[in-house]
Design a protein around this ligand. Structure first.
Ligand SMILES: O=C(O)CCC(=O)C(=O)O
Ligand SMILES: [Fe+2]
Length: 439
């Protein structure tokens, strides 16, 4: 359920204060839909994932997470604050990645490593008003990977169809050294520079305690913020220009217990308005795979342009391979890895469909409260986007993928005529990554 007429309520304000500083020439739309009660997976799928629109799930979405008990305390004023003693007891000796928000290093903040207990010592001194030039922000910490037996939180069902982390969990060696599940902890005033998320993935970010301000730009609007050299700003607060073209952005505050959904390709800048702890995942699936693929193509074009002067001295295949190696260094992924990701996704899903066709017992329709038509549309939409992605010329290089590609129309055809409950469930259980929805 979406509160009020929030979707349409847009407030324009061309000069807005962000942390007390003027950001000119940006049009702010201040409201993002707030989802105040659980909605069905299909509602989320069609209204937010497929439409690539942001939203906020309110406190109900995190109320059962163990970290809500462990990591925060309620102050006398009824606000939630970090439970430093407990956190140090659990993580004190762990080395954590920390950014210094007062120092710029190329396109991000300078990063160091320190013991968790030292970070907390710094944080407490900051709260006590010690004058500090440094502005430490613990971020991009793979806490869950480092503490796998600690039950910290449960990924909400809307975000569990996650091809990116599935690759890490199941095929790690050939794909990625790390997962994309993080913890952030930062004092008031820490912030994250202007960016879009890795590979144009989605992100979701949950505040355990504290408050964040998000300034988000729909895809394409960031173009209007580029300087004459085509570079994006590091900090949008620096942009005071008289340009006629004003980008539109959405500004939203996220409170304790709330989860924000950041769509694919939306550039954003984020501020901690209070002492804040958050958990976030980057992920993608069939709803945005085309945007990921388009991004990878543009990354390759960049590499090709960078080393264009070497082109004449290389054989065709040598050139192609060289570009792919460089792309892997620059972007952290190349076509080969993307192929193996798609191959894994398609193979596992196809296996399920094939198994479903031949498997026997029918699950009784009413036993699990699921909307069959929605499931079917979900499967078809996922398969279709995969097919479109695979049918693009460059990716069809791989024979095994080309073969899979040929199978997809048949699968789609089968699905569109399919009325077998067990088959739909099987497919969905995989495509929706065994969401709690079906329990
Ligand atoms: O919380 C932050 O500081 C940044 C988080 C972010 O950029 C994201 O979740 O995509
Ligand atoms: Fe981000």
């Amino acid at each position: 359920m979406i509160s009020g007429s929030v979707l349409n309520a847009i407030c324009e304000d061309s000069i807005k204060l962000i942390n007390g500083e003027a950001t000119a020439r940006i049009t702010h739309q201040t409201l993002v839909p707030k989802i105040e009660n659980p909605i069905s997976y299909s509602e989320f799928f069609f209204n937010y994932l497929l439409k690539n629109q942001p939203c906020i799930l309110t406190k109900w979405a995190t109320k059962d997470w163990p970290c809500m008990e462990d990591w925060r305390l309620e102050s006398r004023a009824g606000e939630f604050v970090p439970n430093f003693d407990k956190l140090v007891e659990i993580f004190g000796e762990t080395e954590v990645p920390v950014a210094d928000c007062s120092k710029k290093n190329f396109n991000s903040h300078e990063k160091i490593k320190m013991k968790f207990k030292d970070f907390v010592k710094y944080w407490k001194s900051k709260i006590n008003g010690d004058k500090e030039e440094r502005s430490f922000y613990l971020k991009d910490w793979h806490c869950r990977r480092e503490f796998p037996s600690y039950n910290i939180y449960t990924t909400p069902p809307y975000f569990t169809s996650d091809w990116l982390n599935e690759m890490f969990d199941k095929v790690v060696a050939s794909f990625s050294e790390d997962d994309y599940r993080f913890v952030y902890m930062g004092p008031t005033g820490t912030w994250t520079p202007f960016h879009a998320d890795v590979y144009r993935s989605y992100s979701w970010s949950a505040n355990i305690c504290g408050r964040k301000k998000w300034v988000m730009f729909p895809p394409g609007e960031e173009e209007k913020l580029k300087d004459i050299n085509g570079h994006l700003p590091f900090d949008i607060r620096d942009i005071i220009s008289d340009d006629v073209i004003k980008p539109t952005c959405i500004e939203v505050e996220q409170g304790a217990g709330e989860i924000i959904f950041v769509p694919s390709g939306w550039h954003h800048q984020v501020y901690n308005m209070e002492d804040t702890i958050s958990i976030n995942h980057n992920w993608f699936n069939g709803c945005c795979i085309n945007l990921v693929w388009r991004f990878l193509q543009s990354e390759l074009r960049l590499v090709e342009r960078e080393i264009d002067d070497c082109r004449a001295s290389m054989e065709g295949e040598e050139w192609t391979n060289h570009c792919q190696v460089l792309m892997l260094c620059n972007t952290g992924i190349n076509y080969q890895r993307f192929h193996s990701l798609l191959e894994h996704v398609i193979k596992t899903r196809c296996d399920v469909i094939m198994r479903g066709v031949t498997s026997q017992p029918m699950i009784k329709r009413d036993k699990r409260k699921v909307d069959y038509d929605v499931i079917k549309r979900t499967c078809i939409s996922t398969m279709t986007s995969l097919k479109d992605c695979l049918l693009s010329v460059e990716i069809a290089e791989s024979q095994s993928l080309a073969d899979l590609c040929l199978v997809i129309p048949t699968l789609l055809e089968m699905l569109s005529h399919c009325d077998c409950a067990h088959l739909l469930f099987d497919i969905c259980d995989v495509i929706l990554a065994y969401t709690k929805q079906f329990n």
